[in-house]
Design a protein around this ligand. Structure first.
Ligand code: PLP
Length: 383
């Protein structure tokens, strides 16, 4: 018997059955009252999730498109920005900034570490002429499973002219983000991780300060031009301005309804308890986290590959024999770590299935495992 594959990846993630069902319906036209009603509800729920009074714009793109949108709408060529990177997605945001001709000051940390907020403060304090226009940063660095303290960084930029731009592609929906309270000007995310939808939709919230920056920005843009989207929200244009991925949006509307029914606070708490359980399971197997436990992500647990074990083979066994897909490492961490996702539509029984597959696969690939040890730890942790 073959089971449906269980994605314990950091995106795409599993999609709830009711979301799949909604998306399989006949298409409705996007310039109709029926669509507009769904769209407005979706927008309201997104605002609630982002914890913002500002507009949340939607694009048909992957999350990277929304990252690019933030750069092209906020800046002009030569603008100086501080790009903080703790891994591959932080590097990507810095690279997009460079590609568009920004003057990028890059502050990089070892992969597996969280950003040191004091270092960010030092750089900003030293910039007495206020040339640095923005801090660009990843909330949850999915490549290393480390979560940054964006609340603390927001305090450095909040009542200043500097913008704070955050990549929350893997954290939104899994880890609480208080967009307005923390002073985040642009938060970008995508549909396929914490938001329980297939890939293909991306979002950006835009603060008043960010709209002012948008007015001054001279970088070229067309599809991602925030002002085209705002016109619709202000009743001066069609909303959305271009044909939206209707089925995905209806799916996303349904997914957000599910999250609201559970309660956003409960959704975040579920992710936190799954992360603690996964950390306990890892420890019970005699394995180590890549990072300090306090920095370890609530949506993905990064684990060092055990000495002398080819982790790629373990991952392959988990997939091919036990139908559970976890992620390996990226770039220089390839072969050195694996990452267990517990993001979005995931619960304790998914985690148990994942750890059972992990135990069996580790054992079959030469790592000694006392069967059931991680499962016992999970159960104790989850109480
Ligand atoms: C997944 C991810 C991205 C890239 O998103 P795509 O949808 O693949 O373009 C960027 N940043 C972070 C933190 C991510 O987890």
């Amino acid at each position: 018997m073959k089971r449906e594959k269980l994605l314990m990846t950091p995106g795409p993630t599993m999609v709830p059955p009711s979301v799949l069902k909604v998306m399989s319906a006949q298409i409705i036209h996007h310039r109709t009252a029926a669509f507009v009603a769904e769209y407005e509800q979706l927008e309201e729920n997104l605002k609630e999730l982002f914890d913002t009074k500002n507009m949340v714009l939607m694009f048909a793109s992957s999350g990277t498109g929304a990252m690019e949108s933030a750069i092209v709408n906020m800046f002009s060529p030569g603008d100086k920005v501080l790009a903080v990177s703790i891994g591959s997605f932080g590097d990507r945001f810095a690279e997009i900034s460079s590609v568009y001709g920004l003057d990028v000051v890059k502050l990089a940390f070892e992969w597996g570490e969280a950003a040191d907020v004091n270092k960010i403060k030092e750089i900003l304090d030293a910039d007495t002429t206020k040339e640095i226009k923005a801090v660009i940063m990843t909330h949850n660095e999915t490549s290393t499973g480390v979560t940054n303290d964006i609340e603390a960084v927001g305090k450095l930029t909040k009542d200043t002219d500097r913008l704070f731009i955050v990549d929350a592609i893997s954290s939104m929906g899994g880890i609480q983000i208080k967009t307005d309270e923390w002073g985040i000007d642009v938060v970008v995310t995508g549909s396929q991780k914490g938001l329980m939808c297939p890939p293909g939709l991306a979002y950006a919230s835009v603060s008043d300060k960010a709209w002012e920056a948008c007015e001054k920005s001279t970088l070229p843009k067309f599809y991602f031009d925030y002002k085209k989207y705002r016109k619709g929200f202000l009743g001066q244009g069609e909303n959305p301005p271009f044909t939206p991925p209707v089925s995905l949006m209806l799916g996303q509307a349904e997914a957000l309804k599910l999250m609201k029914d559970e309660g956003f606070e409960n959704v975040f708490a579920r992710h936190a308890s799954l992360a603690l359980a996964a950390q306990a399971g890892v420890a019970a197997l005699g394995l180590e986290l890549l990072c300090a436990q306090v920095n370890s992500s609530n949506i993905i647990t990064p684990v060092k590959a055990p000495e002398g074990i080819e982790i790629g083979k373990v991952i392959k066994t988990m997939n091919e024999k036990y139908d559970v897909i976890v992620a390996g490492g990226q770039k220089h961490l390839k072969g050195k770590i694996f990452r267990i996702g517990h993001c979005g539509y995931a619960d304790r029984f998914d985690l148990a299935r994942g750890f059972m597959a992990l135990e069996l696969s580790l054992r079959e690939n030469g790592y000694p495992v006392e069967l059931g040890s991680s499962l016992a730890a999970l159960q104790k942790s989850l109480g």
